[in-house]
Each structure stands twice: as structure tokens, then as C-alpha cells.
Design a protein around this ligand. Structure first.
Ligand code: BG6
Length: 314
């Protein structure tokens, strides 16, 4: 074997491991934060497993959270990504869920942090897992909805996306019905220049007009209180895109979630909502909420339902 004249010298130390996402558990174990080595970050409150912050590498916040949101567990968080389960809104005529609070109990329960994992061979993503089960609910809530269930919620932060996945399991002996939704509050600069695409030709229920059935003819724009339940015609993989002034801001793809709720409370509803602040905050937010909220999903004993939203930045 010929000896090479410019043979590299032997390594004196093992190469450094790729930088790992930094995980901080802060606020007396009430919040989990993760920061990627490139600067992107996410913060999740154990209360409701609510994502309360998602920032890009430049530190720009992507989610809207009210300045007076309760973050201490006394009420659902007004903003971020609350989880709706097992009922969307209220369902006085659906006996099993009729006694539950608006949007169910998941957003108002303390979840457990189950741990984190980073994507193999890469430092660019981190997954945070959270769990809630019937046994960790208060006795009062268990009495209102006496089913045995498990919820696993995973929040995955990538350099230019956030993915949240929910797995619902029936751990009891009887089937139960549920609805679920990921109530994402997106931060925008000016709601009057926001357009939502991907819902064209889709039927929707207009909750502002007594749940009248309509069909979306073009892009969704905002000029007053908006509260609509869309069943997108093109299916979950077709992206729903939030643009501002013609520039794309967020691209949302769904998995196993057949509806998209679009909500902006505008002037009067914001004024009437105690924890909504500042009062003109409606100008800076739009909720685009993937969910399964028309009719009921029935989960048989031992079965699981998995669903997700994936939000990408341009
Ligand atoms: C939306 C509903 O998903 O949530 C609206 O479509 C509702 O009707 C809104 O007003 C906020 O609900 P809450 O319970 O957080 O005030």
C-alpha cells in the first residue's frame, strides 16, 4: 500500500455530536418549552396541553394569545392551540355529552408530559408527548362523562412547521361518541387583508346565521363576525392556506379531520368575551381549526382514532 504524502492526521477527539434541541421544563412543571439549535421554539402548557407559543428562528410569534388569557389552570386558554374533546361547542341534545362544558374538558384539564424525542440523525425536529386519561380527571368531570379513554397528544416542532397529532383510545368496555378539534389561533397583522384558500366550492354551516347551509364560492375574506363549519370539498390533504396581502403565511394540511372551522369574533363578540384582550385583538387573529365536529365519531372498546394538523410556514 502506497503511503499518501498528505495523509490527514489522526483525529485527536471524537467528532462532536450534532446539536440537539434544547428542552426546558419551566414554571414549576406547568409548562414545557423546546428550542431548536437554529432558534425556532414552542411552548406548551400542561393545562390543556395548550400550545401557547410558536416562534420562528427570528423570534416572530405565529400564534395569538390574549393578554388576559388564564394560564394558571382556572379556565381554558384564550389563544394558542386549545384541544377540543369530546364535544365541539355544546350538545344539549346529545345525551352522553350534554352536561359537559363548552368544547369539552380536554382544554381545561391538566395533562402529563410524557417525554420528548428528536428525529433520528438530525437536530432539526423535536416531538413533545402529552397524555390525559379518564383516571386523571376530577371526580366531578368523570361523573359528567363516565367513559374510560386515553389521549396522547404529540407536538412536533420542525424548522418551518408545527405538527400536532392526537390519538384517542377507548380503554373501557363500552363504545363512546366524541368530536374533536384543534382550535388554532393564528396571529395575523390585519384581518381585513387575510384570505383563506382551499375552501372554495365547499359546503359550510354559518353559525352567525343560525347554522344556515351555504357554499363557499371563492376565497374566504373577513368583514364581520365569522363562525363557520366547513367540510372542505377537496379532502384533508388539500391545503388550506392563510394569506395576508396576497402573501402566504400558513399552510394547513389535515389528517383524518373532515371539517375546518373558521372563526373571528370581530368587535362585539370580542367586547363581550371577558378574557379577550386587547379588545381590538380580533384584528390580529384568525382561528382556522381542523376538526371532526359534524356528527359523532364512535369509538368501540379497544379502538383508537388518530388525527393531525400540520402547519407549514412559507
Ligand atoms: C369556535 C366556535 O370554534 O370557538 C365559536 O365555532 C366559539 O362558536 C369559539 O365562539 C370560541 O369558543 P370559546 O368556548 O373558547 O369561547
Amino acid at each position: 500500500m502506497v503511503d499518501r504524502p498528505n495523509k490527514p492526521s489522526a483525529l485527536t477527539s471524537t467528532p462532536a455530536a450534532p446539536p440537539q434541541a434544547q428542552i426546558d421544563i419551566t414554571h414549576n412543571h406547568s409548562q414545557v418549552s423546546a428550542v431548536l439549535p437554529t432558534g425556532e421554539s414552542v411552548e406548551v402548557l400542561l393545562h390543556g396541553a395548550t400550545v401557547v407559543s410558536w416562534k420562528d428562528a427570528a423570534g416572530a410569534e405565529k400564534l395569538w394569545v390574549s393578554e388576559t388569557a388564564s394560564l394558571d389552570g382556572s379556565a381554558p386558554v384564550r389563544g394558542g392551540i386549545p384541544i377540543v374533546f369530546p364535544v365541539f361547542g355544546s350538545a344539549p341534545d346529545h345525551e352522553p355529552t350534554s352536561k359537559l362544558p363548552q368544547h369539552g374538558f380536554a382544554r381545561n384539564s391538566r395533562w402529563e408530559f410524557l417525554g420528548k424525542s428528536t428525529s433520528e440523525g438530525s437536530s432539526s425536529s423535536v416531538k413533545l408527548d402529552f397524555g390525559l386519561s379518564s383516571s386523571s380527571l376530577s371526580e366531578e368531570t368523570q361523573a359528567l362523562w363516565p367513559y374510560k379513554f386515553g389521549l396522547l397528544y404529540s407536538v412536533t416542532l420542525d424548522r418551518d412547521s408545527l405538527n400536532t397529532t392526537i390519538v384517542i383510545t377507548n380503554e373501557g368496555d363500552v363504545a363512546f361518541d366524541f368530536q374533536t378539534l384543534l382550535h388554532t389561533y393564528f396571529r395575523v397583522k390585519d384581518i381585513t387583508s387575510v384570505e383563506v384558500s382551499g375552501l372554495e366550492d365547499s359546503p359550510y354551516l354559518d353559525k352567525v346565521a343560525n347554522s344556515k347551509e351555504e357554499t363557499q364560492s371563492s376565497l374566504v375574506t373577513f368583514s364581520g363576525e365569522t363562525d363557520r363549519i366547513y367540510t372542505p370539498a377537496k379532502g384533508p390533504k388539500h391545503p388550506v392556506v392563510i394569506s395576508e396581502g396576497g402573501a402566504e403565511r400558513f399552510r394547513i394540511v389535515r389528517d383524518n379531520l373532515d371539517q375546518v372551522v373558521v372563526w373571528n369574533p370581530w368587535v362585539d363578540k370580542s367586547a363581550a368575551t371577558k378574557d379577550f384582550s386587547p379588545k381590538d385583538g380580533w384584528k390580529n387573529m384568525v382561528c382556522v381549526e381542523p376538526g371532526s365536529v359534524k356528527g359523532w365519531q364512535k369509538l368501540e372498546k379497544g379502538d383508537a382514532f388518530e388525527a393531525a394538523q400540520s402547519i407549514s410556514l412559507p
